[in-house]
Design a protein around this ligand. Structure first.
Ligand code: DUC
Ligand code: ZN
Ligand code: ZN
Length: 465
Protein backbone atom coordinates (compact mmCIF):
# COMPACT_ATOMS: atom_id res chain seq x y z
CA UNK A 1 0.00 0.00 0.00
CA UNK A 2 1.09 3.56 -0.47
CA UNK A 3 0.15 6.53 1.64
CA UNK A 4 0.41 10.29 1.52
CA UNK A 5 1.17 10.29 5.23
CA UNK A 6 1.91 7.76 7.94
CA UNK A 7 1.75 8.69 11.63
CA UNK A 8 4.14 6.32 13.29
CA UNK A 9 4.18 4.92 16.79
CA UNK A 10 1.52 6.92 18.63
CA UNK A 11 -0.86 5.46 21.19
CA UNK A 12 -3.99 5.56 19.08
CA UNK A 13 -7.33 6.17 20.76
CA UNK A 14 -9.84 4.36 18.56
CA UNK A 15 -13.44 3.27 19.24
CA UNK A 16 -12.22 -0.30 19.82
CA UNK A 17 -9.63 0.69 22.41
CA UNK A 18 -6.17 2.18 22.80
CA UNK A 19 -3.15 0.61 21.10
CA UNK A 20 0.22 1.59 19.69
CA UNK A 21 0.04 1.43 15.90
CA UNK A 22 0.66 3.38 12.72
CA UNK A 23 -2.01 5.38 10.93
CA UNK A 24 -1.97 5.44 7.12
CA UNK A 25 -3.61 8.37 5.33
CA UNK A 26 -4.44 8.81 1.69
CA UNK A 27 -6.41 11.62 0.07
CA UNK A 28 -7.32 13.01 3.49
CA UNK A 29 -8.87 9.74 4.66
CA UNK A 30 -7.61 7.10 7.09
CA UNK A 31 -6.90 4.04 4.94
CA UNK A 32 -4.96 1.78 7.31
CA UNK A 33 -4.27 1.16 10.98
CA UNK A 34 -1.52 -1.34 11.68
CA UNK A 35 2.09 -2.14 12.42
CA UNK A 36 5.00 -0.93 10.28
CA UNK A 37 3.10 0.89 7.55
CA UNK A 38 5.51 1.83 4.76
CA UNK A 39 5.41 3.66 1.48
CA UNK A 40 4.49 7.13 2.68
CA UNK A 41 5.52 10.44 1.16
CA UNK A 42 5.43 11.96 4.67
CA UNK A 43 6.18 10.20 7.95
CA UNK A 44 5.22 11.82 11.23
CA UNK A 45 7.16 10.27 14.10
CA UNK A 46 4.84 10.18 17.10
CA UNK A 47 6.59 8.00 19.67
CA UNK A 48 5.42 8.96 23.15
CA UNK A 49 2.45 10.93 21.80
CA UNK A 50 -1.24 10.10 21.89
CA UNK A 51 -3.29 10.19 18.68
CA UNK A 52 -6.81 11.39 19.41
CA UNK A 53 -9.67 12.03 17.03
CA UNK A 54 -9.62 15.75 16.24
CA UNK A 55 -11.73 17.61 18.73
CA UNK A 56 -15.26 18.50 17.64
CA UNK A 57 -16.63 21.43 19.58
CA UNK A 58 -20.35 21.35 18.87
CA UNK A 59 -21.11 24.51 20.82
CA UNK A 60 -19.29 27.70 19.85
CA UNK A 61 -20.41 31.21 18.96
CA UNK A 62 -18.62 33.00 16.15
CA UNK A 63 -19.38 36.45 14.74
CA UNK A 64 -22.85 36.25 16.23
CA UNK A 65 -24.98 39.41 16.40
CA UNK A 66 -24.75 40.47 20.06
CA UNK A 67 -26.87 43.58 20.52
CA UNK A 68 -26.38 47.29 19.92
CA UNK A 69 -22.77 48.43 20.20
CA UNK A 70 -21.47 44.96 21.08
CA UNK A 71 -19.20 42.91 18.88
CA UNK A 72 -18.13 39.35 19.38
CA UNK A 73 -14.35 39.04 19.69
CA UNK A 74 -14.00 36.29 17.10
CA UNK A 75 -14.70 36.11 13.41
CA UNK A 76 -14.28 32.82 11.55
CA UNK A 77 -10.56 33.39 11.08
CA UNK A 78 -9.66 33.94 14.72
CA UNK A 79 -12.16 31.44 16.16
CA UNK A 80 -11.02 28.58 13.95
CA UNK A 81 -7.34 29.52 14.42
CA UNK A 82 -7.91 29.24 18.16
CA UNK A 83 -9.87 26.01 17.71
CA UNK A 84 -7.08 24.34 15.74
CA UNK A 85 -4.44 25.49 18.23
CA UNK A 86 -6.51 23.84 20.95
CA UNK A 87 -6.73 20.48 19.17
CA UNK A 88 -10.02 20.84 17.31
CA UNK A 89 -10.70 19.94 13.69
CA UNK A 90 -14.42 20.82 13.50
CA UNK A 91 -16.54 23.43 15.26
CA UNK A 92 -20.28 23.98 15.16
CA UNK A 93 -21.27 27.64 15.59
CA UNK A 94 -24.83 28.97 15.69
CA UNK A 95 -26.45 31.00 12.94
CA UNK A 96 -28.64 33.70 14.52
CA UNK A 97 -30.80 35.86 12.25
CA UNK A 98 -30.37 39.60 12.58
CA UNK A 99 -33.37 41.90 12.97
CA UNK A 100 -35.46 41.67 9.81
CA UNK A 101 -33.59 38.70 8.33
CA UNK A 102 -35.25 35.42 7.50
CA UNK A 103 -33.54 32.27 8.69
CA UNK A 104 -32.59 31.43 5.11
CA UNK A 105 -31.11 34.88 4.54
CA UNK A 106 -29.20 34.59 7.80
CA UNK A 107 -27.70 31.24 6.79
CA UNK A 108 -26.64 32.60 3.39
CA UNK A 109 -24.97 35.59 5.06
CA UNK A 110 -23.26 33.32 7.62
CA UNK A 111 -21.88 31.12 4.85
CA UNK A 112 -20.49 34.24 3.19
CA UNK A 113 -18.77 35.25 6.44
CA UNK A 114 -17.14 31.83 6.80
CA UNK A 115 -16.14 31.29 3.18
CA UNK A 116 -12.37 30.97 2.78
CA UNK A 117 -11.71 31.94 6.41
CA UNK A 118 -11.79 28.64 8.29
CA UNK A 119 -8.72 26.88 9.65
CA UNK A 120 -10.85 23.88 10.62
CA UNK A 121 -14.08 22.46 9.29
CA UNK A 122 -17.31 24.10 10.41
CA UNK A 123 -20.99 23.24 10.32
CA UNK A 124 -23.82 25.52 11.39
CA UNK A 125 -26.57 24.95 13.93
CA UNK A 126 -29.52 27.30 13.54
CA UNK A 127 -31.12 29.45 16.23
CA UNK A 128 -34.90 29.59 15.93
CA UNK A 129 -36.37 32.78 17.38
CA UNK A 130 -39.48 33.05 15.21
CA UNK A 131 -42.21 30.52 14.64
CA UNK A 132 -44.15 32.09 11.79
CA UNK A 133 -45.39 29.82 8.97
CA UNK A 134 -42.53 30.77 6.62
CA UNK A 135 -39.85 30.00 9.20
CA UNK A 136 -41.36 26.70 10.34
CA UNK A 137 -43.06 25.60 7.15
CA UNK A 138 -40.49 26.60 4.53
CA UNK A 139 -37.14 27.88 5.79
CA UNK A 140 -36.48 25.30 8.48
CA UNK A 141 -37.34 22.23 6.34
CA UNK A 142 -35.25 23.59 3.45
CA UNK A 143 -32.29 24.30 5.72
CA UNK A 144 -32.51 20.90 7.38
CA UNK A 145 -32.52 19.37 3.92
CA UNK A 146 -29.39 21.38 3.11
CA UNK A 147 -27.54 19.83 6.06
CA UNK A 148 -28.34 22.11 9.01
CA UNK A 149 -29.87 19.28 11.00
CA UNK A 150 -29.92 20.83 14.46
CA UNK A 151 -31.28 23.99 15.97
CA UNK A 152 -31.29 25.76 19.29
CA UNK A 153 -34.22 27.34 21.07
CA UNK A 154 -34.01 29.64 24.07
CA UNK A 155 -36.20 29.67 27.18
CA UNK A 156 -34.50 32.88 28.31
CA UNK A 157 -33.70 36.33 26.84
CA UNK A 158 -36.64 38.56 25.89
CA UNK A 159 -36.82 38.72 22.13
CA UNK A 160 -35.27 35.29 21.71
CA UNK A 161 -37.12 33.13 24.23
CA UNK A 162 -39.95 31.03 22.85
CA UNK A 163 -43.11 30.17 24.74
CA UNK A 164 -43.83 26.54 25.57
CA UNK A 165 -46.31 26.40 22.70
CA UNK A 166 -43.74 27.80 20.29
CA UNK A 167 -41.11 25.30 21.46
CA UNK A 168 -43.60 22.53 20.81
CA UNK A 169 -44.18 23.85 17.27
CA UNK A 170 -40.42 23.84 16.63
CA UNK A 171 -40.14 20.34 18.07
CA UNK A 172 -42.91 19.18 15.74
CA UNK A 173 -40.81 20.31 12.75
CA UNK A 174 -37.78 18.50 14.17
CA UNK A 175 -39.85 15.35 14.50
CA UNK A 176 -41.19 15.55 10.97
CA UNK A 177 -37.84 16.44 9.37
CA UNK A 178 -35.62 14.22 11.53
CA UNK A 179 -33.59 17.02 13.10
CA UNK A 180 -32.41 17.63 16.66
CA UNK A 181 -33.53 20.41 19.01
CA UNK A 182 -31.06 21.92 21.46
CA UNK A 183 -32.45 23.84 24.41
CA UNK A 184 -31.04 26.66 26.53
CA UNK A 185 -32.95 25.94 29.71
CA UNK A 186 -33.40 28.91 32.06
CA UNK A 187 -36.74 30.39 33.14
CA UNK A 188 -36.90 33.97 31.80
CA UNK A 189 -39.77 35.18 33.99
CA UNK A 190 -38.02 34.03 37.14
CA UNK A 191 -34.77 35.67 36.05
CA UNK A 192 -36.50 38.96 35.26
CA UNK A 193 -38.24 38.92 38.63
CA UNK A 194 -34.95 38.42 40.45
CA UNK A 195 -33.03 40.86 38.26
CA UNK A 196 -35.55 43.68 38.70
CA UNK A 197 -35.53 43.13 42.45
CA UNK A 198 -31.72 43.15 42.58
CA UNK A 199 -31.57 46.39 40.62
CA UNK A 200 -34.23 48.03 42.79
CA UNK A 201 -32.12 47.17 45.81
CA UNK A 202 -28.99 48.62 44.22
CA UNK A 203 -27.34 45.25 43.68
CA UNK A 204 -25.86 45.77 40.25
CA UNK A 205 -22.33 44.28 40.37
CA UNK A 206 -21.36 41.39 38.06
CA UNK A 207 -21.81 38.95 40.95
CA UNK A 208 -25.58 39.53 40.72
CA UNK A 209 -25.61 37.98 37.27
CA UNK A 210 -25.11 34.61 39.00
CA UNK A 211 -27.35 35.44 41.96
CA UNK A 212 -30.28 36.28 39.68
CA UNK A 213 -29.92 33.05 37.68
CA UNK A 214 -29.89 30.55 40.55
CA UNK A 215 -30.07 26.78 40.22
CA UNK A 216 -33.90 26.48 40.48
CA UNK A 217 -34.27 28.69 37.41
CA UNK A 218 -32.24 26.19 35.39
CA UNK A 219 -33.66 23.10 37.11
CA UNK A 220 -37.27 24.10 36.37
CA UNK A 221 -36.58 24.95 32.75
CA UNK A 222 -34.65 21.70 32.27
CA UNK A 223 -37.60 19.74 33.60
CA UNK A 224 -40.00 21.72 31.38
CA UNK A 225 -37.87 21.29 28.25
CA UNK A 226 -37.72 17.53 28.76
CA UNK A 227 -41.46 17.45 29.40
CA UNK A 228 -42.15 19.36 26.19
CA UNK A 229 -39.92 16.93 24.28
CA UNK A 230 -41.90 14.04 25.76
CA UNK A 231 -45.15 15.71 24.67
CA UNK A 232 -43.79 16.28 21.15
CA UNK A 233 -42.15 12.85 21.14
CA UNK A 234 -38.71 14.05 20.06
CA UNK A 235 -35.17 13.66 21.32
CA UNK A 236 -33.46 16.81 22.57
CA UNK A 237 -30.12 18.07 23.79
CA UNK A 238 -29.95 20.12 26.96
CA UNK A 239 -26.91 22.33 26.41
CA UNK A 240 -24.53 23.78 29.00
CA UNK A 241 -25.80 21.95 32.09
CA UNK A 242 -24.22 23.69 35.08
CA UNK A 243 -25.35 21.90 38.22
CA UNK A 244 -26.44 18.72 39.95
CA UNK A 245 -30.15 19.55 40.21
CA UNK A 246 -30.53 20.08 36.47
CA UNK A 247 -28.56 16.88 35.91
CA UNK A 248 -30.95 15.09 38.26
CA UNK A 249 -33.87 16.21 36.05
CA UNK A 250 -32.08 14.71 33.06
CA UNK A 251 -31.56 11.43 34.91
CA UNK A 252 -35.23 11.35 35.94
CA UNK A 253 -36.33 12.12 32.40
CA UNK A 254 -34.22 9.29 31.05
CA UNK A 255 -35.59 6.92 33.66
CA UNK A 256 -39.06 7.72 32.25
CA UNK A 257 -37.82 6.92 28.77
CA UNK A 258 -37.25 10.46 27.46
CA UNK A 259 -34.50 10.70 24.84
CA UNK A 260 -32.42 13.42 26.47
CA UNK A 261 -28.83 14.19 25.59
CA UNK A 262 -26.74 16.36 27.86
CA UNK A 263 -23.84 18.70 27.39
CA UNK A 264 -21.58 20.33 29.95
CA UNK A 265 -18.57 22.65 29.67
CA UNK A 266 -15.23 23.37 31.39
CA UNK A 267 -16.61 26.37 33.28
CA UNK A 268 -18.91 24.11 35.28
CA UNK A 269 -16.07 22.04 36.70
CA UNK A 270 -13.42 24.75 37.15
CA UNK A 271 -15.07 28.14 37.86
CA UNK A 272 -17.53 29.22 40.55
CA UNK A 273 -19.99 32.06 41.13
CA UNK A 274 -17.30 33.60 43.36
CA UNK A 275 -15.31 34.36 40.21
CA UNK A 276 -18.04 36.84 39.26
CA UNK A 277 -17.42 38.55 42.60
CA UNK A 278 -13.81 39.46 41.82
CA UNK A 279 -12.64 42.97 42.65
CA UNK A 280 -13.70 45.93 40.55
CA UNK A 281 -15.21 44.99 37.23
CA UNK A 282 -13.11 41.82 36.85
CA UNK A 283 -16.12 39.63 37.62
CA UNK A 284 -17.47 40.56 34.18
CA UNK A 285 -14.83 38.29 32.67
CA UNK A 286 -16.81 35.32 34.04
CA UNK A 287 -20.34 36.41 33.13
CA UNK A 288 -21.95 33.61 31.16
CA UNK A 289 -25.24 31.77 31.25
CA UNK A 290 -25.93 29.56 33.03
CA UNK A 291 -23.39 30.98 35.47
CA UNK A 292 -20.66 28.92 37.12
CA UNK A 293 -21.93 27.47 40.42
CA UNK A 294 -20.15 25.96 43.45
CA UNK A 295 -17.39 23.43 44.05
CA UNK A 296 -20.12 20.99 45.18
CA UNK A 297 -21.60 21.35 41.72
CA UNK A 298 -18.20 20.60 40.19
CA UNK A 299 -18.45 17.23 41.91
CA UNK A 300 -22.03 16.75 40.72
CA UNK A 301 -21.03 17.52 37.15
CA UNK A 302 -17.98 15.25 37.38
CA UNK A 303 -20.24 12.44 38.56
CA UNK A 304 -22.21 12.90 35.32
CA UNK A 305 -19.08 13.01 33.17
CA UNK A 306 -17.57 9.94 34.80
CA UNK A 307 -20.86 8.04 34.98
CA UNK A 308 -21.84 8.62 31.34
CA UNK A 309 -24.72 11.08 31.81
CA UNK A 310 -23.02 13.65 29.61
CA UNK A 311 -22.59 12.70 25.98
CA UNK A 312 -21.00 16.04 25.18
CA UNK A 313 -18.26 18.20 26.66
CA UNK A 314 -18.23 21.48 24.69
CA UNK A 315 -16.77 24.90 25.29
CA UNK A 316 -19.73 27.27 24.75
CA UNK A 317 -17.02 29.58 23.40
CA UNK A 318 -18.74 32.98 23.30
CA UNK A 319 -15.94 35.52 23.34
CA UNK A 320 -16.01 39.22 24.12
CA UNK A 321 -13.06 41.46 24.76
CA UNK A 322 -12.80 42.67 28.37
CA UNK A 323 -11.09 46.01 27.99
CA UNK A 324 -13.34 47.20 25.21
CA UNK A 325 -16.44 49.38 24.97
CA UNK A 326 -17.73 46.98 22.30
CA UNK A 327 -17.15 44.06 24.67
CA UNK A 328 -17.66 43.43 28.38
CA UNK A 329 -17.20 47.15 29.10
CA UNK A 330 -20.03 48.31 26.84
CA UNK A 331 -21.71 51.52 28.07
CA UNK A 332 -24.06 50.59 30.92
CA UNK A 333 -22.22 47.41 31.92
CA UNK A 334 -20.69 49.00 35.02
CA UNK A 335 -24.10 50.40 35.98
CA UNK A 336 -25.79 47.01 35.91
CA UNK A 337 -24.78 43.40 35.31
CA UNK A 338 -27.86 43.24 33.04
CA UNK A 339 -25.89 44.99 30.30
CA UNK A 340 -22.73 42.86 30.41
CA UNK A 341 -22.37 40.75 27.25
CA UNK A 342 -22.97 37.16 28.13
CA UNK A 343 -20.27 34.60 27.41
CA UNK A 344 -16.64 33.60 27.82
CA UNK A 345 -13.90 32.43 25.45
CA UNK A 346 -12.87 28.78 25.66
CA UNK A 347 -12.54 26.93 22.35
CA UNK A 348 -8.75 26.65 22.73
CA UNK A 349 -8.75 25.57 26.36
CA UNK A 350 -11.65 23.07 26.46
CA UNK A 351 -9.57 20.03 25.55
CA UNK A 352 -6.45 20.73 27.66
CA UNK A 353 -8.64 21.40 30.71
CA UNK A 354 -10.56 18.13 30.30
CA UNK A 355 -7.43 16.15 29.50
CA UNK A 356 -5.67 17.46 32.58
CA UNK A 357 -8.58 17.45 35.03
CA UNK A 358 -10.17 14.33 33.60
CA UNK A 359 -7.58 11.97 32.12
CA UNK A 360 -4.40 12.96 33.98
CA UNK A 361 -6.20 13.12 37.32
CA UNK A 362 -7.61 9.64 36.68
CA UNK A 363 -11.30 10.54 36.52
CA UNK A 364 -11.90 9.38 32.93
CA UNK A 365 -10.22 7.08 30.42
CA UNK A 366 -8.70 8.16 27.12
CA UNK A 367 -11.61 6.45 25.36
CA UNK A 368 -14.18 8.43 27.31
CA UNK A 369 -12.25 11.62 26.59
CA UNK A 370 -12.43 10.87 22.85
CA UNK A 371 -16.14 10.04 23.09
CA UNK A 372 -17.25 13.22 24.84
CA UNK A 373 -14.94 15.58 22.94
CA UNK A 374 -15.31 14.18 19.42
CA UNK A 375 -17.09 10.90 18.66
CA UNK A 376 -20.44 11.64 20.29
CA UNK A 377 -20.54 15.15 18.78
CA UNK A 378 -20.08 13.64 15.31
CA UNK A 379 -22.72 10.97 15.77
CA UNK A 380 -25.33 13.05 17.54
CA UNK A 381 -25.07 15.92 15.07
CA UNK A 382 -24.77 13.84 11.91
CA UNK A 383 -21.11 14.37 10.92
CA UNK A 384 -20.86 10.99 9.28
CA UNK A 385 -17.17 11.01 8.29
CA UNK A 386 -15.78 12.49 11.48
CA UNK A 387 -15.09 11.89 15.15
CA UNK A 388 -13.17 8.62 15.25
CA UNK A 389 -9.83 7.19 14.20
CA UNK A 390 -11.14 4.43 11.97
CA UNK A 391 -10.45 3.27 8.44
CA UNK A 392 -12.69 5.22 6.07
CA UNK A 393 -13.03 8.29 8.28
CA UNK A 394 -11.59 11.74 7.58
CA UNK A 395 -8.00 11.92 8.83
CA UNK A 396 -8.84 14.49 11.51
CA UNK A 397 -6.23 13.58 14.10
CA UNK A 398 -4.59 15.41 16.95
CA UNK A 399 -1.31 14.40 18.54
CA UNK A 400 -1.11 15.05 22.26
CA UNK A 401 1.95 15.30 24.45
CA UNK A 402 0.48 13.79 27.61
CA UNK A 403 3.34 15.01 29.80
CA UNK A 404 3.64 18.62 28.78
CA UNK A 405 2.79 20.75 31.81
CA UNK A 406 2.12 24.44 31.36
CA UNK A 407 -0.10 27.23 32.66
CA UNK A 408 -2.90 28.53 30.45
CA UNK A 409 -1.96 32.08 29.53
CA UNK A 410 -3.68 34.68 27.37
CA UNK A 411 -0.30 35.47 25.81
CA UNK A 412 -0.18 31.98 24.26
CA UNK A 413 -3.77 31.81 22.95
CA UNK A 414 -5.01 32.50 19.44
CA UNK A 415 -8.54 33.81 19.98
CA UNK A 416 -9.68 37.39 19.45
CA UNK A 417 -10.49 38.01 23.09
CA UNK A 418 -8.02 39.89 25.31
CA UNK A 419 -8.29 37.54 28.30
CA UNK A 420 -8.87 33.96 29.30
CA UNK A 421 -10.96 33.03 32.37
CA UNK A 422 -8.29 30.37 33.08
CA UNK A 423 -5.25 32.65 33.30
CA UNK A 424 -2.59 30.76 35.30
CA UNK A 425 -4.58 27.49 35.45
CA UNK A 426 -1.97 24.74 35.19
CA UNK A 427 -2.64 21.81 32.90
CA UNK A 428 -0.78 18.63 32.02
CA UNK A 429 -1.25 17.39 28.46
CA UNK A 430 -1.37 19.64 25.41
CA UNK A 431 -2.21 19.14 21.71
CA UNK A 432 1.04 19.57 19.79
CA UNK A 433 -0.09 18.79 16.25
CA UNK A 434 -3.48 19.12 14.55
CA UNK A 435 -4.12 17.27 11.32
CA UNK A 436 -7.19 18.21 9.25
CA UNK A 437 -8.16 15.71 6.54
CA UNK A 438 -4.55 14.54 6.38
CA UNK A 439 -2.93 17.94 6.31
CA UNK A 440 -1.00 19.34 9.29
CA UNK A 441 -2.64 22.66 10.16
CA UNK A 442 -0.96 23.31 13.53
CA UNK A 443 2.41 22.20 14.90
CA UNK A 444 3.74 23.24 18.31
CA UNK A 445 1.26 26.08 18.62
CA UNK A 446 1.96 27.52 15.18
CA UNK A 447 -0.58 27.42 12.37
CA UNK A 448 1.00 25.96 9.30
CA UNK A 449 -0.85 27.30 6.30
CA UNK A 450 -3.74 29.08 4.71
CA UNK A 451 -7.25 28.28 5.93
CA UNK A 452 -7.98 24.72 4.80
CA UNK A 453 -11.35 24.19 6.44
CA UNK A 454 -14.77 24.25 4.87
CA UNK A 455 -18.46 23.90 5.67
CA UNK A 456 -19.77 20.37 6.16
CA UNK A 457 -23.40 19.59 5.41
CA UNK A 458 -24.63 17.17 8.04
CA UNK A 459 -26.88 14.15 7.92
CA UNK A 460 -29.60 13.10 10.32
CA UNK A 461 -28.74 12.92 14.01
CA UNK A 462 -27.80 9.49 15.27
CA UNK A 463 -29.80 8.93 18.43
CA UNK A 464 -27.21 7.54 20.80
CA UNK A 465 -29.46 5.94 23.43
N1 DUC B 1 -26.03 30.77 25.79
C1 DUC B 1 -25.06 30.18 25.18
O1 DUC B 1 -25.23 29.04 24.78
N2 DUC B 1 -23.91 30.80 25.00
C2 DUC B 1 -23.64 32.08 25.45
C3 DUC B 1 -24.73 32.77 26.08
C4 DUC B 1 -25.93 31.97 26.26
O2 DUC B 1 -26.88 32.40 26.85
ZN1 ZN C 1 -27.30 29.00 25.68
ZN1 ZN D 1 -23.66 28.94 23.76
Amino acid sequence: MSFDTVIRGARVVAPGGVSVCDIGIENGVITALGASLDGAAEVIEADGLIAMPGGIDSHVHIAQPSGPGVEMADDFTSATRSAVAGGNTTVLPFCLPEEGQTLREAVAAYHAKAEGKCHCDVSFHLIVIKTDPVTLGQDLPALIHAGHTSFKVFMTYRGMALSDREILEVMAVAREQNALVMVHAENEDAIEFLRDKAEREGNTDPAYHARTRPVPVEREATHRAITLAEVADVPLTIVHVSNGEALEEIRRGRARGAKVFAETCPQYVTLTADDLDRAGFDGAKYVCSPPPRTTDDWENIWSGIVGGDFELFSSDHCPFRFDDSAGKDVPGARKSFRNIPNGIPGVETRLPILFSEGVVKGRISLERFAAITATNHARLYGLKSKGAIMVGMDADIVLWDPELTRPIQQADLHHGSDYTPWEGFEVTGWPVRTILRGRTVMADGTLTGAPAGGHIARGAPEILL
